[in-house]
Write a protein that binds this ligand. Structure first.
Ligand code: NAP
Length: 307
C-alpha cells in the first residue's frame, strides 16, 4: 500500500506537519527515530514559544504536539530510517526492518550537536563530556564545569548548569558572544559563571573520566590546564541529511535546499521542514511554521496528482 504522506522526524516541524496532514484527512504515517521529539527533548524551559506565557518544559511541549497529532489520527512507527529511494514516482523509505511506500514525504529530521573533534572528546563522552545540559547537568552537583561556545545554546546551558555546578566557566573563541543580548546579559550577570574569552579547548584531559581541559589563548598562544569535572560542548548543530545525499539538493553545509517561499525540494512530492533546511532561524516556532507549510504543500501536491 502506498501511503499518502510519510513524515520523517518528530520535532516541532514533523509533528506540526502531522497535525496538519492528519486534519486534512491524509492519514499520515510518522516515522519516529532514536531522537524522538527532537532537540526540544534535551532543552529545559522554553520561554519563547508563543501561547505559553509562563514557559513550558521542552519535553512537555513535545508531548502536547504529539497528543495533538494523535488526536487527529496520525500514526507513528518507531525506527531509524536507514535508506530512502526518491528516484521513482513511488517514494520509498526503509528502516532496515520495513520499507514504506508513499506518494509524498515530508523530511523533518532536524539537526544534531556538533563536536570539537578533539582527541579525547569522544572517548570521554558520557564520562564528563556532554552535549546536553538538561540530560547530564544533574551529575555535576557541587562541581566545577566548563561550557564551550558563545551562542544562545552555550549561554542557555551555562545558566541552566549553575543550578547544579558550583562554578561554570564558559570558554569562547572570540571576545564577544554570538548569543542574543538577553541571553548574554544573563550569563554576564550570573555570579556563578566566569567567561574565558579568545580561547579554544585544545583537548579534554582525563583517564576514565574528565579531569580538566587544556585551553589555548588564541591571541597570545599561551596554553594552560583548568581542572573541571565536566565539559559541555555547545558549538552549534549539523543537519541530519546524510541519508539524502545524491538524491536531494543541499547547500555546502548539508542543509536541504527548498524552492523559494515553499518547502518543495528538487524532487516532486518530497518536502522539507524545520532545522534540516534552516540554518538561520532554528527556533521551535519557525520549525513548527515550516512543518505547517510542508503539510499544505504536500496536500496541494497530492491534489495535483489526483489523490
Ligand atoms: P550558534 O548560534 O551557531 O553558535 C555556536 C557557537 O559555537 C558560536 O559562538 C561559535 O563561535 C561557537 N563555535 C562553533 N564552532 C566552534 C568550534 N569548532 N570551536 C569553538 N567554538 C565554536 O549555535 P547555537 O548556540 O546552538 O544556536 C543555534 C540557533 O538556535 C541560533 O539561531 C539560536 O538563536 C537558537 N537558540 C535559541 C535559544 C533561545 O532563544 N532560547 C536557545 C538555544 C538556541 P563564533 O561565535 O565565534 O562563531
Amino acid at each position: 500500500m502506498s501511503e499518502n504522506v510519510i513524515i520523517l522526524g518528530t520535532g516541532p516541524a514533523g509533528l506540526t506537519a502531522a497535525i496538519y496532514t492528519a486534519r486534512a484527512n491524509l492519514n499520515p504515517l510518522v516515522v519516529e527515530g532514536m531522537q524522538a521529539g527532537g532537540q526540544l527533548m534535551i532543552t529545559s524551559d522554553v520561554e519563547n514559544y508563543p501561547g505559553f506565557a509562563k514557559g513550558i518544559m521542552g519535553p512537555e511541549l513535545m508531548a502536547e504536539f504529539r497528543k495533538q497529532a494523535e488526536r487527529f489520527g496520525a500514526r507513528f512507527v518507531f525506527g531509524d530510517v536507514t535508506s530512502v529511494d526518491f528516484k521513482s514516482k513511488v517514494l520509498r523509505v526503509s528502516t532496515g526492518k520495513e520499507t514504506f511506500e508513499a506518494k509524498s514525504v515530508i523530511i523533518s529530521t532536524g539537526a544534531s550537536a556538533n563536536l570539537l573533534g578533539l582527541p579525547n572528546e569522544r572517548r570521554l563522552m558520557g564520562k564528563g563530556v556532554s552535549t546536553c545540559a538538561t540530560c547530564d547537568g544533574f551529575f555535576f552537583r557541587g562541581m566545577e564545569i566548563a561550557v564551550v561556545g558563545g551562542g544562545d545554546s552555550a549561554c542557555e546551558e551555562a545558566n541552566f548548569l549553575t543550578r547544579f555546578a558550583s562554578k561554570v566557566t564558559m570558554i569562547h573563541r572570540r571576545d564577544q558572544f554570538r548569543a542574543s543580548k538577553i541571553m548574554a546579559e544573563r550569563v554576564l550577570k550570573n555570579p556563578k559563571i566566569a567567561v574565558i574569552w579568545d580561547s579554544g579547548v585544545e583537548d579534554v584531559v582525563g583517564g576514565d573520566e574528565v579531569k580538566g581541559v587544556r585551553i589555548r589563548n588564541l591571541k597570545t598562544g599561551e596554553t594552560r590546564e583548568m581542572a573541571v569535572a565536566g565539559v559541555f560542548v555547545a558549538i552549534g548543530h549539523s543537519p541530519n541529511t546524510r541519508l539524502f545525499k545524491g538524491q536531494l539538493d543541499m547547500d555546502a553545509g548539508g542543509y536541504l535546499l527548498t524552492r523559494e517561499g515553499s518547502s518543495r525540494t528538487n524532487i516532486a512530492g518530497v518536502f522539507a521542514a524545520g532545522d534540516v533546511r534552516d540554518h538561520v532561524y532554528r527556533q521551535a516556532v519557525t520549525a513548527a511554521g515550516s512543518g505547517c507549510m510542508a503539510a499544505i504543500d504536500a496536500e496541494r501536491y497530492l491534489e495535483s496528482i489526483h489523490v
